[in-house]
Write a protein that binds this ligand. Structure first.
Ligand code: FAD
Length: 321
């Protein structure tokens, strides 16, 4: 059954995040021969329309307005709704990012439609679309089908395959943003924290530290290893709670969910709430001095020993390559 699928582009500093392309791939599977459109919302973002076409969007809607330079819930609800007046979507897909998690349910409520969060797989079953999402902190998976003619869903980053880059051009339509009557919040200032520059939720390699690093200073060898690997640095909640690092680095049930190709857990015990955020990583390496640490149950490679000896040794070896 043909469907119209709309993908809302996910941006980081006016750049398209990879999850947008992964979502376009899912959109084609859902559309079943119907139309796949994308919308890019922000300020001074019209140049991105071309790239969306090259990753599978047949139509691209651009909503460009100074008020949309930063994510504001009321403004984005209005902008997406205005795109939906131009493109009658059956399925509207977002990244399962800070923006997508917030705005998709707001839109679902506004349009009296269903909302399915954090999907990792889509498949067709007769006239239905089945969305797979993890439940019980990743211990089980649930297949959900949407009732009704319209559904909103968020797609977990770094899970679905990237579609191929093709030499295609989308039809681009500019939507005039009508400022809604009620915008209840405003961004006054954006304070950026220092970061390695690698986006944790899209990183291919993550070096992560737990309470075993013992101090903020203890993260230094992990940061050095991350630098030579081109990796992002993550943390357990234990490390964040102890004040060794910022909560923006927290991975797990109440932190970020990541699926890198390689996850190196250093001084992390492997509590269920931490595993919820990283157990779908493709290869897991655990470094822990306790051979009984639960992290070894999910690790592909385990090193029993002191992270302060092993991590610098690994860095040295990688530098030689
Ligand atoms: P610990 O459990 O203290 O483990 C430290 C490990 O370091 C030990 O295994 C030890 O053997 C090892 N170690 C010590 N020194 C060294 C050394 N020199 N070299 C090598 N290894 C060493 N946790 C999360 O991570 N993310 C979440 O999102 C999250 N959400 C939660 C939500 C709820 C509702 C609750 C109740 C808890 C949540 N937690 C979460 C907390 C979780 O239960 C654990 O307390 C936490 O993950 C433990 O962090 P840790 O592994 O760093 O610390």
């Amino acid at each position: 059954m043909k469907r119209n699928v709309l993908v809302i582009a996910d941006l980081r500093g006016n750049q398209l995040r990879n999850v947008t392309f992964e979502t376009l791939g899912a959109a084609h599977a859902i559309a079943d021969g119907g139309t796949v459109a994308a919308a890019v919302i922000g300020h001074e973002i019209s140049a991105l329309a071309q790239t969306l076409g090259e990753y599978g969007a047949q139509q691209v809607y651009v909503v460009d307005h100074p008020e949309l330079a930063q994510y504001i819930p009321d403004a984005y609800v209005a902008a997406v709704s205005q795109v939906m007046q131009a493109f009658a979507a059956n399925v509207v897909l977002f990244a399962h990012s800070a923006m997508g998690r917030d705005v998709a349910p707001l839109l679902a409520a506004k349009h009296k439609a269903g909302q399915i969060s954090d999907i990792i797989h889509v498949e067709l079953a007769g006239d239905d679309v089945l969305f797979t999402r993890p439940i019980y902190a990743g211990k089980a998976f649930m297949k959900v089908k949407a009732a009704g003619d319209l559904v909103f869903a968020t797609v977990r980053p770094n899970n679905l395959p990237m579609p191929e880059h093709v030499d295609a051009t989308a039809t681009v339509t500019s939507i005039t943003y009508e400022v809604p009557e009620k915008v209840r919040t405003r961004v006054r200032e954006v304070v950026k924290k220092a970061s390695t520059g690698v986006d944790l939720s899209e990183a291919k390699i993550i070096v992560s530290g737990g309470r075993g690093v013992k101090s903020a200073e203890g993260f230094k060898p992990l940061t050095e290893l991350a630098e030579v690997l081109g990796a992002a640095v993550g943390a357990s909640r234990g490390a964040c709670d102890a004040g060794y690092c910022d909560y923006s680095m927290q991975i797990g049930q109440t932190g970020k969910v990541v699926t890198p190709d390689l996850y190196i857990a250093c001084g992390i015990s492997g509590a269920i709430q931490h595993l919820a955020g990283m157990s779908n990583s493709k290869v897991i390496v655990a470094i822990n001095k306790d051979p009984e640490a639960p992290i070894f149950k999910v690790a592909d490679y385990g090193i029993v020993g002191d992270l302060f000896e092993i991590v610098p040794a690994l860095t040295q070896e990688v530098r030689k390559v």
